[in-house]
Design a protein around this ligand. Structure first.
Ligand SMILES: *Cc1c(COP(=O)(O)O)cnc(C)c1O
Length: 370
């Protein structure tokens, strides 16, 4: 296609200003320029996490960040509770299993959020649980989980809460410190609108202390190495240097727009997408109160042939369903470098395919005007 259009929940389109950073000359990752820019960009990322703790950068995809969390916390036999309501919740469980955890899994339907009350009840029955894993924005189901309420549901229980915020951070609020989150993980290629290849991990002081007792084998993922090298404003291994440049530019764009405005833009895109889908008679996968601001899941018979059709005809890519939703839904990503205009074009494609001309875009336009 001459002009492809990526409307999937990551990787997302990269703004030209950000992409240009990837063409900068290579530099020494132990040199003065890097030592100045690396810690500075991580400091600018901290407000997005809502933390005063150190943000660490790991070269690897988002899952590498998840593995940093697990490999620095889960010793063989550690009792963990995974809150699973989709594909990425399952990934936490798979990682914990790989590190020999004593598994507890609370399953939630793949079309709704994690229920904090069920979590509270389960924790009361299982005082032995040391770590809890959840996903803030479950990209596979387009659900935004209420992380703050799950954190509160612990009450006096001492379990640490580890959160995958990969498709949430920078698109929806995260208040790590205020909500009492212990580890938060994110990645470059979603709402942060930079190329893939970098994960970000933050540990609370309590989680950091706990990790000192972790006996899991780890080397590349060992947080202590990242801390040691951070003292010299360096990374232990050759990092994805250009993603640092790209992130500086992306953060400048986010800062110029204002974080609150960025969040409001994502809410507006969510509401437009949902109104448009409803207006052409389609069913949304999740209820309004669980709906993600960064991705929308829509039920559609033979969704995969629809996706193939629109890709061929218009050059636009929507994501398919995962797991039980395969071929039954499609997902439209509206995170990061996305505006209401992108939602309107996505809806235009939808209504043209369904021959319901004007109906979806009109409904979305009314949301914009409101
Ligand atoms: C994209 C994503 C990840 C990370 O996937 P990678 O391919 O490893 O970057 C993790 N969790 C969620 C919720 C995601 O959307």
């Amino acid at each position: 296609r001459f002009k492809p259009e990526l409307r999937i929940p990551g990787p997302v389109p990269v703004p030209n200003e950000v992409a240009l950073q990837m063409a900068k000359p290579m530099i020494n990752h132990r040199g003065a320029y890097f030592k100045e820019h690396y810690p500075a960009v991580l400091k600018r990322l901290a407000p997005l996490f809502g933390t005063t703790n150190q943000v660490h950068m790991i070269t690897g995809s988002g899952t590498a960040g998840m593995e940093v969390a697990v490999s620095n916390l889960v010793s063989p036999g550690t009792p963990v509770l995974c809150l699973v309501g989709g594909f990425f919740g399952n990934r936490w469980a798979d990682l914990c299993k790989a590190y020999g955890a004593k598994m507890h899994i609370l399953e939630f339907p793949w079309d709704g959020g994690v229920d904090p009350e069920q979590v509270a009840t389960y924790l009361k029955q299982h005082p032995e649980i040391e770590l809890m894993f959840m996903v803030q924005n479950e990209s596979s189901t387009a659900v935004l989980n209420d992380v703050e309420s799950v954190a509160k549901a612990r009450g006096n229980h001492s379990a640490l809460l580890v959160v995958d915020a990969v498709s949430a951070l920078g698109g929806t609020p995260c208040q790590m410190d205020a909500w009492g989150l212990d580890v938060v993980v994110s990645a470059s290629q979603k709402c942060l609108m930079t190329p893939p290849g970098t994960a970000f991990v933050v540990f609370s002081p309590r989680a950091r202390e706990y990790s000192d007792r972790c006996t899991a084998s780890r080397y590349y993922m060992d947080l202590r190495r990242y801390e040691q090298y951070m003292e010299k404003s360096e990374t232990p291994f050759t990092p994805n240097i250009h993603n640092v440049f790209a992130l500086e530019e992306a953060l400048s764009m986010i800062e110029a727009e204002g974080l609150e405005n960025v969040f409001a833009r994502h809410i507006l895109m969510r509401d437009m997408m949902r109104a448009g889908a409803r207006a052409v008679g389609l069913e949304l996968l999740v209820k309004d109160e669980d709906a993600s601001p960064t991705v929308t899941g829509i039920r559609f018979p033979n969704a995969d042939s629809f996706r193939a059709r629109i890709k061929k005809q218009y050059g636009v890519e929507f994501a398919g369903g995962q797991g039980i939703h395969a071929n039954n839904i499609f997902r439209v990503g509206h995170m990061g470098y996305a505006t209401p205009l992108d939602v309107l074009t996505a809806l235009a494609v939808l209504e043209m395919d369904m021959k319901k001309y004007g109906q979806a875009t009109q409904a979305a336009e009314q949301v914009m005007e409101a």
